[in-house]
Design a protein around this ligand. Structure first.
Ligand SMILES: [Mn+2]
Length: 499
């Protein structure tokens, strides 16, 4: 990382920012100062916060592969990143609630560090780099003198895992509260500031371009992982994105109905066949801010009639949701809207038959879209705050997979990702259930066995009276076919380079 400073103009202090040079985005350290201010404002308004409190967070730690000394590329813990924007491992950070005074604690590095890892920077370096008020060493955390410490402890409602509370030698002598902070800081993260939105626009712009590069280069005969590699290459070379927000999902043919394809047991290894639909779900991450985009398209650039029908059904639900989104709208209502459009369209195609209201009663929507319509996006791809106290998960098929059941508020960033999938074991279950089987035309359905699935996933910001679309990729059938035909003619694919 370069940590450049703007040239200081007479009397004006230089403003530090994160920047990876070239066309990459400059992110001012002010972004995190504002986050801290917002957090302190909330905490001061909370009557349960003791006087003279200080927030203490522990940053992520550098880890190695199993028992070896091979380091794993470090990525900062998300709450710590939101609060301080610090890219180094093994730090602590503190914020005085009353004053907003921010203290960063850095590890006291041994001299051998200078031999193997590079220059050891003094505290003053980090004070300027991150625009905090004070920098001390981590062995000085226990010398902090405050009457109450607010620690971060709470459940991540997507994973069920508990955040790791700060711990250090001498902790037992402090008065610690570990219940107040977590809901407050999670709530801050739900609403994005303008500076955060700038970063999310950037991650979406680069990731959208990377998806387009993939659509230009793809040819039947290639391996799915070649496109994963191309996506990551584009994001890193052009966007400074060393990380992706999640493991790339590059499903082709029948793999496109495997919702979390691409994991170690199914690592994007299939050969892409002529006639396959592709479902590529990939998002680049810059300075810990993510993106989450899915493009579905035919590998050969031309939709078959069945592929077009399913794709246009999903596009219709996607666009219906994008038009309906605005502050005050409930997210489960948007999920139900997408389900209803799918059922109507599947009836037109002939896979379903009967009354759509009756299909809704028996949750036919979840048969084709078992996942939630979308989720918060930010520093985490499944960003926090989906189920604060008072918001209950709806325990019904499909809806129970939603990562939030909240009403929309301006400044929330979400994915909108409806999909229709043909998943054999779900279809067989439905056919064995008379309450659902009566709506299915099995003869038509048989044609779609092995089809895979279609998902269209865009990232949006909820605005004052609607939404802003962050993702920009070809979306209609005509746009996709034209884009692939025009660009494939002029792009030499990786596959053709081999021969
Ligand atoms: Mn997603």
């Amino acid at each position: 990382m370069q940590c450049a400073s703007l040239t200081s103009v007479a009397g004006v202090a230089p403003k530090p920012y994160f920047w990876l040079g070239k066309e990459t985005l400059r992110v001012a350290a002010e972004l995190f100062a504002l986050n801290r201010t917002r957090l302190c404002d909330r905490l001061r308004a909370n009557k349960d916060v003791p006087e003279k409190s200080i927030v203490l967070l522990q940053g992520g730690e550098q880890t190695n592969r199993y028992c070896t000394d091979t380091g794993i590329i470090f990525r900062q813990e998300s709450y710590f990143h939101w609060t301080f924007g610090v890219t180094e491992a093994d730090c602590y950070g503190a914020v005085e609630v009353d004053s907003g005074h921010a203290i960063l604690f850095i590890p006291r590095l041994p001299e051998s560090y200078a031999t193997w890892m590079g220059k050891i920077h003094p505290p003053e370096h980090f004070k300027q780099k991150y625009a905090v008020h004070e920098v001390r060493f981590t062995d000085e955390v226990s010398s902090l003198a405050y009457s109450a410490f607010l620690f971060q402890r709470g459940v991540n409602t997507d994973s069920g895992s508990v955040t790791r509370e700060a711990s250090f030698d001498g902790i037992s002598q402090f008065t610690v509260n570990n219940t107040i902070l977590h809901p407050e800081i999670a709530e801050c993260r739900v609403i994005k500031t303008d500076m955060e939105l700038e970063v999310l626009r950037y991650t979406n712009k680069i990731s959208s371009e990377a998806h387009k590069e993939v659509m230009k280069a793809i040819r039947p005969g290639m391996k799915e992982y070649e496109l994963e590699s191309l996506f990551e290459h584009y994001c890193y070379t052009r966007g400074g994105m060393r990380h992706t927000s999640y493991t790339c999902i590059c499903g082709s043919g029948h793999n496109s109905s495997v919702l979390h394809y691409g994991h170690a047991g199914a690592p994007n290894e299939k050969t892409i066949e002529d006639g396959d639909m592709c479902l590529f779900d990939m998002g680049g991450e810059y300075y810990c801010y993510g993106s989450d985009i899915t493009c579905s398209f035919p590998a050969n650039g031309r939709f078959s009639p069945d592929q077009r029908a399913i794709y246009e059904a999903v596009l219709k639900s996607s666009r219906a949701v994008l038009s309906a989104v605005k502050p005050g709208v409930s997210w489960p209502a948007m999920h139900r809207l997408a389900d209803r459009v799918h059922l109507e369209e599947l009836t037109k195609i002939g896979i379903l038959q009967g009354n759509v209201d009756d299909m809704v009663e028996v949750h036919m929507g979840a048969l084709f879209m078992p996942h939630g319509l979308g989720h918060f996006l930010g520093i985490d791809v499944h960003d926090v705050g989906g189920y604060p106290e008072g918001v209950e998960r709806i325990d019904l098929p499909g809806l129970r997979s939603l990562r939030t059941a909240r009403d929309l508020v301006q400044g929330m960033v979400l994915t909108v990702e409806p999909g229709i999938y043909f998943i054999d074991h779900l279809l067989d279950e439905a056919l064995a259930n008379p309450a659902q089987a009566c709506f299915i035309n099995n003869e038509v359905l048989a044609r779609f066995r092995g089809f895979g699935g279609v998902r269209i996933e865009d990232d949006i910001v909820v605005t004052a009276n609607g939404m802003e679309l962050l993702t920009c990729v070809p979306r209609t059938v005509e746009e996709i076919e034209t884009f692939m035909a025009e660009n494939q003619a002029s792009t030499k694919s990786f596959a053709s380079q081999k021969s």
